[in-house]
Design a protein around this ligand. Structure first.
Ligand SMILES: Nc1ncnc2c1ncn2[C@@H]1O[C@H](COP(=O)(O)OP(=O)(O)O)[C@@H](O)[C@H]1O
Ligand SMILES: [Mg+2]
Length: 252
């Protein structure tokens, strides 16, 4: 589904991502883990074209997406969330989702002017109800994000990302800052998006415990390089991974 081929990212003299390759299989939950500063977000941003890429290629369904104009990424079927929440704080959750939908589709915006406004509203209402149910945020639809528990805000962000019905969803540290209970709820939502809706998921996480439960495959990054890859069981038993994790944080 997604193939990262020899991607490198440099910031001046610093090699943040070093000749990194991995393949995310269609329908799977693939986790990318590693200590703080390993280069996970940099690689993630490079895949989604938010950040730079010094070398290498990224293919989505066989198409070289490093050549696509940025605004076409979402139309190609890839959606993402951010490590720090990027919701409109003063709009309701409903309006946030509405904005996510309107942003994705050019056609309905045109059809508003063509007079089918009511049909569009009805379509959006159904779509929002559907994603709200799938992410467990129905009770929050008419609140503003700032008044919601953090775990709920995280799920709102996921709801907004999937309203465009992407084939692939990239999540950057969705569990950061969540309580144990909120993390469990989030695990369930992510797992269901994969198993019930067939969305391919690339999950960037710092916490190995969280990804052990729901991932089909895990790639481990340290100092920009891939140091291990395999099933959760294989990765957890890899001496190199244990060394990196027990060796503490590598960021200065
Ligand atoms: N825009 C940037 N300019 C310079 N250095 C950066 C930039 N973004 C990230 N880095 C550096 O790249 C390395 C990887 O960072 P990052 O991708 O955020 O790691 P992770 O997400 O795994 O914690 C770090 O050493 C970080 O300081
Ligand atoms: Mg990061």
């Amino acid at each position: 589904m997604l193939e990262v081929a020899n991607v490198g990212v440099r910031f001046g003299g610093l090699v943040a991502v070093d000749d990194f390759s991995m393949t995310v299989e269609q329908g799977s939950i693939h986790a990318l883990i590693g200590p703080n500063g390993a280069g996970k977000t940099t690689l993630f941003n490079s895949i989604t074209r938010i950040g730079p890429r010094t070398s290498g290629k990224v293919y989505f369904k066989g198409e070289d997406i490093t050549r696509l104009p940025d605004h076409r990424m979402i139309h190609a079927g890839i959606a993402r969330t951010f490590q720090n929440l990027q919701l409109f704080a003063r709009m309701t959750v409903y309006e946030n989702l509405y904005a996510g939908y309107a942003f994705h589709f050019k056609r309905p915006l045109l059809s508003i002017f063509a007079g089918s406004h009511r049909a569009f509203e009805e379509e959006v209402r159904k779509r929002i109800a559907n994603v709200a149910a799938r992410t467990g945020i129905r009770s929050a639809l008419f609140s503003t994000p700032q008044n919601l528990p953090y775990g709920m805000q995280k799920r709102v962000e996921i709801a907004r990302a999937i309203i465009s019905e992407p084939e692939m969803l990239l999540l950057d540290e969705p569990a950061a800052g969540l309580t144990y209970h909120e993390t469990e709820e989030l695990d369930r939502v992510i797992y269901d998006l994969s198993r019930k809706n067939g969305i391919t998921i690339l999950l960037v996480e710092h916490d190995m415990n969280m990804v052990m439960k729901i991932s089909d495959r895990i790639s481990v990054m340290s100092f920009g390089r891939k140091i291990s890859e395999g099933s959760p069981r294989e990765v957890a038993g890899d001496p190199e991974v244990i060394r990196v994790y027990l060796g503490g944080e590598e960021s200065a």
